[in-house]
Ligand binder design. Structure first.
Ligand code: SAM
Length: 287
């Protein structure tokens, strides 16, 4: 089977199977070998690696992964792609295609079965409509992970990487940066895909920390504070957090905690660093 990253070969496969591209599954197939090489290079795949690919599509990146990794698990929701993948991946005996919704797969169990519970690498050209639940699901379920190297919408890649004081800074930035070191490794224009997406794309590598960069007593409570702060982005933290019914906080409690961690009671959540959110969380919820 010819390399699919070349546009004519991708078009030939789509025609051979008379494949109906599904917008609702975020199907934008990569047709640029330079971008494919960049993704694989950034993921630093070796023959030791067990890789999870989310949404293999026609098998374009899967072919590259199968050449370089020891083992590839590819989870694809669209059952019409399964016979195509059998064809495009027929040369490889180290790929397992799983016809499932990635949000319903027990990835921890899969990693245990295929990699003895050792950390896996995730590599994907993600379906953009579920980028955040996929990334957060991988981190929060504590699947053993080395890194996540993924194509996402450019704006989402920016949000994962920025710090306080920028308009893109938010709950996703803080969550990603608590679990991993983010690095944008390439910007990718719409003409690298069939069909072309309406937005620019970027490849981002998230390298999982062994230990989070900040210590916090109650991780869940800190993330509840973070979510509440950015739900009420334009309000001061004192007003935003006391307006969040699930937190049961009074203005006095929030003001005292802010004073305790040494920041102004007028501050907004968007100005707080991850370390300050951790300190605020500990101040509001002492063990
Ligand atoms: N990897 C291919 C490529 O680069 O050409 C396809 C990438 S395309 C952007 C996203 C892929 O994810 C599609 O094949 C789509 O069917 C699949 N997909 C969408 N939602 C999914 C889900 N919930 N679980 C698993 N795969 C999904």
């Amino acid at each position: 089977m010819a390399t699919l990253g070349i546009p004519q070969n991708t078009i030939a496969v789509l025609q051979k199977y008379n494949f109906n591209i599904q917008k609702r599954f975020g199907q934008n197939f990569l047709i640029d070998t330079t971008v494919l090489e960049r993704i694989i290079g950034a993921a630093q795949i070796t023959k030791e690696d067990c890789v999870l690919e989310i949404g293999p599509g026609l098998g374009t990146m899967t072919q590259y992964l199968a050449e370089r990794a020891r083992e590839v698990m590819a989870v694809e929701i669209d059952r019409n792609l399964i016979p195509i993948l059998e064809d495009t991946l027929s040369a490889y005996d180290n790929v397992t295609v799983i016809n499932e919704d990635i949000l319903k797969v027990d990835i921890g169990a899969l990693a245990a079965e295929k990699n003895g519970g050792r950390p896996i690498k995730v590599v994907a050209n993600l379906p953009y409509y579920i980028t955040t639940p996929i990334i957060m699901g991988l981190f929060e379920s504590h699947v053993p992970l080395q890194s996540i190297t993924v194509m996402v919408q450019k704006e989402v890649a920016d949000r994962m990487q920025v710090g306080p004081g920028t308009k893109d800074y938010g709950a996703l930035s803080l969550a990603v940066q608590y679990y991993a070191k983010p690095e944008i490794v390439a910007n990718v224009p719409p003409n690298c895909f069939i069909p072309r997406p309406n937005v620019g794309s970027a490849v981002i590598r998230l390298t999982r920390y062994e230990q989070p960069p900040v210590q916090v007593q109650d991780e869940k409570f800190m993330f509840a504070l973070i979510r509440a702060s950015f739900n009420q982005r334009r309000k001061t933290l004192v007003n935003g957090l006391t307006g969040a019914p699930e937190l049961h906080l009074t203005k006095e409690q929030v003001a005292t905690a802010l004073e305790q961690i040494g920041v102004s009671v007028q501050i907004r959540g968007e100005a707080l660093t991850l370390a300050q959110f951790a300190a605020l969380s500990d101040a509001l919820k002492p063990c």
